[in-house]
Design a protein around this ligand. Structure first.
Ligand code: 5AD
Ligand code: SF4
Length: 447
């Protein structure tokens, strides 16, 4: 395939996937391809997919059908599928439905240049082999859709927790951590380019571990090194597994003001019976102890979570325990889902997806309604306070307003002052909704 061709990359799913698309863009631009933001200009379309929930897979299929329809006008258009759906759907999508020319799994991105050369030669352009050591450590991602202020760095890949509902261990393979020095260098490089916030990403960042030259770096140590790059660089991370969140980590967060005071700690359910069936390896009591630790060591830290409604065998009492736990913790935010059975998971093999759809939906609605109430109550406590905001850009609604975030990851919209994206400014919170704080530049001289 000739170079100077344009590639359009569409990404679904989590931040890890967005970060992977940036790695793909880097590998391909180094090989002479160009990245375009316009589908119309594309010679090659890549869809970077997610299989975590059924819904995500359905959306991808619909998109692929649309892309295939574009081939009527441009017969040479190449359509490729990347990411989590690669392994499981390759036979159906490539051979049976003929929707695709190329398939590359999450550990095969270095082979994309060769795979693209193979398209149209009669050799199948497929590589879904998972690796035990690929971390793309040496690749500097090409930042896509970036606001120039906040960015992501993948610090590890894969997962071996085998939560029974989750497709990630089979789709993304064994857990492996990336060389710590490359993470620190990438952070420094981002800072020098003007970025002021970076999120360190992994399925389970708390089990990060990198050994070299007789020295082992754990996640708390890595965070410390990244924090020291520059005090003006804010650091976030996701996702933490409750079983691995150490006190050492909390003390590290307390020591560095630029380590953001926001912890995403997915609970999934408040019922011990569900947690056991989900293979989460902690109890409700263990989880609440962790929360107490956070509250003690990091007062004012925000806590968010993930919750699944209607997992296998979930009774009304189990569900009520989830609602009660949400109240006890008083989450600032939550991602809430209804359970959808995924192939090649422990739950699909050993449990029955036996909660009726209407019940799942009703429980999810109750969870969402409660979270809205909790988010609003938390945000209301901010009204009247002056908070430090990192400005990310213009507000979508009005040119005369900026938006940014607090260390606690709360979105703030406020009237523009004499300041720019990338600046840290004090904002007085005047009003709030359950999703957004509203405020005004607080001129310290006027206080
Ligand atoms: N069904 C519903 N939600 C799921 N998640 C993962 N797998 C499933 C599934 N099969 C949710 C979990 C996880 C988040 C990323 O997605 O809450 O933390
Ligand atoms: Fe999936 Fe559990 Fe690993 Fe998260 S920790 S990716 S939910 S298996």
């Amino acid at each position: 395939m000739k170079k100077n061709k344009s590639i359009y990359i569409e990404t679904y799913g989590c931040q890890m996937n967005f970060s992977d698309s940036e790695i793909v863009a880097s590998i391909l631009t180094a090989d002479g391809y160009e990245i375009t933001k316009e589908i119309k200009l594309a010679d090659i379309i890549f869809v970077n997919t997610c299989s975590i929930r059924e819904h995500a897979e359905e959306r991808v299929r619909k998109r692929l059908q649309f892309f295939r329809s574009l081939r009527k006008k441009s017969p040479d258009l190449v359509i490729g599928l990347l990411g989590c759906m690669a392994e499981r759907t390759k036979v159906a999508l490539m051979e049976e439905e003929q929707l695709l020319d190329l398939i590359a799994g999450p550990d095969a991105y270095r082979h994309l240049p060769q795979l693209l050369e193979q398209v149209g030669t009669g050799q199948p352009a497929i590589d879904t082999i998972l690796s035990v050591d690929e971390t793309y450590a040496d690749i500097t991602p090409v930042r896509l859709d970036s606001n120039g202020i906040s960015s992501f760095i993948s610090i590890m890949r894969g997962c071996e927790n085998y939560c029974s509902y989750c497709v990630v261990p089979s789709a993304r393979g064994q857990e492996r951590s990336r060389n710590a020095a490359t993470i620190v260098n990438e952070t420094r490089d981002l800072f020098e380019k003007g970025y002021r916030e970076v999120t360190l990403l992994g399925q389970n960042v708390n089990s990060y571990q990198w050994s070299a030259g007789g020295e082992t770096v754990n996640f708390a140590m890595l965070l410390e090194r990244v924090a020291l790059v520059n005090p003006l660089m804010r650091i976030r991370f996701a996702t933490s597994h409750p079983k691995d969140l150490s006190e050492e980590l909390l003390h590290t967060l307390a020591r560095h003001p630029n380590l953001c005071k926001a912890i995403h700690l997915p609970v999934q359910s408040g019922s011990n019976h569900m947690l056991d069936l989900m293979n989460r390896k902690y109890t409700r009591e263990d989880y609440l102890n962790r929360i107490q630790n956070i509250r003690q060591i990091l007062p004012g830290c925000s806590i968010s979570t993930d919750i699944i409604a209607g997992f296998c065998d979930e009774t009304e009492e189990d569900h009520l325990e989830t609602l009660a736990l949400m109240e006890t913790v008083g989450y600032d935010a939550a991602f809430m889902f209804k359970y959808s059975e995924r192939p090649q998971t422990l739950a699909a093999d050993t449990l029955k997806d036996n909660v009726p759809e209407e019940t799942k939906e009703r429980r999810l609605r109750e969870i969402i309604a409660l979270q809205q109430k909790l988010s609003l109550a938390n945000n209301q406590q901010e009204v009247g306070k002056i908070v430090e905001v990192l400005i990310e850009g213009k507000s979508k609604r009005s040119d005369s307003q900026y938006f940014g975030r607090t260390s606690q990851n709360k979105v703030v919209v406020f009237t523009k002052a004499d300041s720019w994206p990338g600046d840290y400014i004090p904002v007085k919170i005047t009003r709030t909704t359950s999703a957004t704080l509203l405020g005004e530049f607080a001129n310290p001289d006027m206080q």
